[in-house]
Design a protein around this ligand. Structure first.
Ligand code: SF4
Length: 429
């Protein structure tokens, strides 16, 4: 979401007559978009700002955007007096007004209110990828997971109207984008605020019908709001990629309750059963936090057991780190860092073995890939499958023309823990 926010911010600046330069040194205005989902992010931001302090006197203007801006607020002006703009993502709709103030020479411009019902939609998004485009459908979060800073940095949950999402998707398809990725903290909490009142499954199904769109992905889902209707929509329409990222965080219902995740292990497994009983071969990925306060060895073993049961295709693992304003800060039974490190290593080792097996099962399959680029060093094209796997493949036509953005078929001939390798079979434009 931060990457896409940056695309929208750049687009807004370009529309006001700014132009983008290659380096911060060449810029008159430097905006840092920041993340505070993990520890020490703010320190990194201040270190980066410090590097440019001397140039501030020479007319260069600095701004801090995103979660660190929201979290640290006006304290940023004290710690880095050369910063002129501090704005959290819930205030980006006011970015044009804030730019006017900056241009008028105002040296303390802030956008820190979380009190908004608006989403940051702009017709001016400057997209980084010519084939795959992001669309934000919902911003903010109304849940209150004990470890998570997002509700404090991105504000309350607010969905875009289905009409504006569909209009953006159609525009993208007409401009040649073939893959759409729907974004939100919890995409499946989507609720169309217009009288149509579409839920997420309906939105998915309608976007998949747009002519020119070949692939639709979405991230991230919250297990509590993940409905059977979403699986039915995916079953019915192959344009919806066969990949579900469903963050579980822990395999222990006791830890899930302490995390205030609003589901039990059994609730989660019910959703996994829906996905696995789909007619399509769905890839499953997840996020796991180890070392949450009070997580016992037995709790951790339950997480390992969950990996055995689900057989994820990939996972993102994190050591718990305390974040400002969150309720987990007050919890007892902190786990020492060495123990968190031990657990995450065991977890990742187990997952690696699962991935080696699961990827090896695909050897011999022919997969459709969207070509993302070319690796000069290996002489292979880089493709992505509908399941979101990387498939590096050789293409022996002797044709040096760029295939980036083309859909092709490739046969899987080798598999590693993190990617597949193979050779092209035939183009399927
Ligand atoms: S659902 Fe929980 S983890 Fe996800 S953004 Fe909201 S509070 Fe954070």
């Amino acid at each position: 979401m931060n990457a896409h926010d940056s695309e929208k911010v750049v687009g807004t600046l370009l529309a006001r007559g700014y132009s983008q330069v290659e380096t911060p040194e060449a810029a008159d205005l430097v905006l840092y978009n920041t993340c505070s989902i993990r520890d020490k992010a703010e320190q990194k931001v201040f270190n980066r700002l410090q590097n440019f302090k001397r140039q501030a006197g020479k007319g260069k203007v600095f701004g801090v955007l995103g979660c660190v801006a929201q979290q640290e607020g006006e304290k940023i002006f004290d710690r880095a007096p050369h910063v002129s703009l501090v704005a959290g993502s819930a205030s980006y709709t006011k970015l044009p007004e804030m730019l006017v103030q900056l241009e008028a020479g105002n040296r303390r411009v802030t956008g820190l209110s979380l009190d908004t019902e608006e989403t940051f939609d702009t017709p001016f998004t400057r997209r980084d990828n010519p084939h795959r485009a992001y669309i934000t459908i919902i911003e903010g979060c109304d849940k209150s997971c004990a470890y998570c800073v997002v509700p404090f940095t991105r504000g309350p949950e607010r969905s875009r109207t289905s009409e504006s999402v569909m209009a953006e998707a159609r525009r993208l398809a007409e401009s040649g984008y073939s893959e759409i990725q729907l974004l939100g903290q919890n995409v499946n909490s989507y609720r169309d605020p217009s009288p149509e009142g579409w839920d997420f499954a309906t939105l998915l199904a309608r976007i998949a019908e747009i002519r020119g769109i070949r692939r639709v992905r979405y991230t991230t889902s919250h297990p509590r709001d993940f409905t059977r209707a979403i699986v039915d929509a995916m079953d019915a329409n192959p344009v919806l990629c066969n990949h579900v990222h469903l963050p579980v965080q822990s395999g222990s219902s006791r830890v899930l309750a302490a995390m205030q995740r609003l589901y039990t292990r059994d609730d989660y497994m019910r959703r996994i059963d829906w996905i696995k009983s789909s007619r399509r071969n769905m890839a499953l990925t997840t996020d796991i936090i180890v070392g949450f306060p009070g997580e016992t060895e037995a709790d951790f073993e339950q997480t390992l057991d969950l990996l055995d049961q689900v057989q994820y295709d990939s996972l993102f693992s994190f050591k718990y780190s305390p974040r400002p304003n969150t309720s987990a800060l007050a919890m007892e039974d902190k786990i020492p860092d060495e123990e968190k490190t031990r657990r995450i290593m065991i977890l990742n080792e187990k997952q690696r073995a699962i991935q080696i097996r699961r990827n090896a099962d695909l050897i011999g399959n022919v997969e459709e890939v969207l070509v993302e680029g070319y690796n000069q060093a290996t002489g292979q094209w880089i493709g992505r499958t509908s399941q979101n796997r990387t498939l590096n493949f050789t293409h022996l036509t002797g044709d040096a023309a760029s295939l980036a953005g083309v859909y092709m078929h490739a046969r899987v001939t080798r598999a590693g823990p993190n990617s597949l390798a193979g050779e092209s079979v035939a183009n399927v434009f």
